[in-house]
Design a protein around this ligand. Structure first.
Ligand code: NI
Length: 159
């Protein structure tokens, strides 16, 4: 495994749409493992492949309930709304309130190629939406309702 450099806002790769993974091969697994290592090292709760310069639909998330590896994730259901603080490892030091669904269901492939679904609420729903946005070239600052000052932040982690 290896730590990958996290691309920062202004890098065009963050604005591109990632392509679906068509074959889950050892290269894809290596990217997923590197992304997880990079996310943990940077104390994030999620990372999308665009953020390490790879335009494939790959996401890792850990909101404190264990590592999720998502290949070709898509939101198939959403419900309710929540407004809460968000940050991004590609936009260090910037935080803002973003409206997200309270609950989402996401369909994806696991590393064995099995079709899986996960239902996420609260922070997990937020992280899923944030990372899937990355795959579309969308950043949370595009959706921010109000930027937050440092004093307003309490334990907000970047995704
Ligand atoms: Ni992000």
């Amino acid at each position: 495994m290896a730590i990958r450099y996290i691309r920062k806002i202004g890098d065009p790769v963050l604005r591109k749409k990632a392509k679906p993974v068509t074959e889950i091969n050892p290269h894809i697994i290596t990217i997923l493992e590197d992304m997880a290592e990079t996310m943990y090292l940077n104390d994030g709760v999620g990372l999308a492949a665009n953020q390490v310069g790879i335009l494939r639909r790959l996401v890792v998330i850990d909101v404190g309930e264990g590592l999720l590896e998502l290949i070709n994730p898509e939101i198939v259901y959403e419900e309710g709304e929540q407004i809460g603080p968000e940050g991004c490892l590609s936009i260090p030091g910037v935080f803002g309130e973003v409206k997200r669904p309270q609950k989402v269901k996401v369909r994806y492939l696991d590393r064995e190629g099995n079709v899986k679904e996960i239902v996420g609420e609260d922070l997990l729903a937020r992280a899923l939406c944030h990372e899937i946005d990355h795959l579309e070239g969308v950043l949370f600052v595009d959706k921010v309702i109000r930027f937050l000052d440092k004093e307003e932040l309490e334990g907000v982690k970047e995704v």
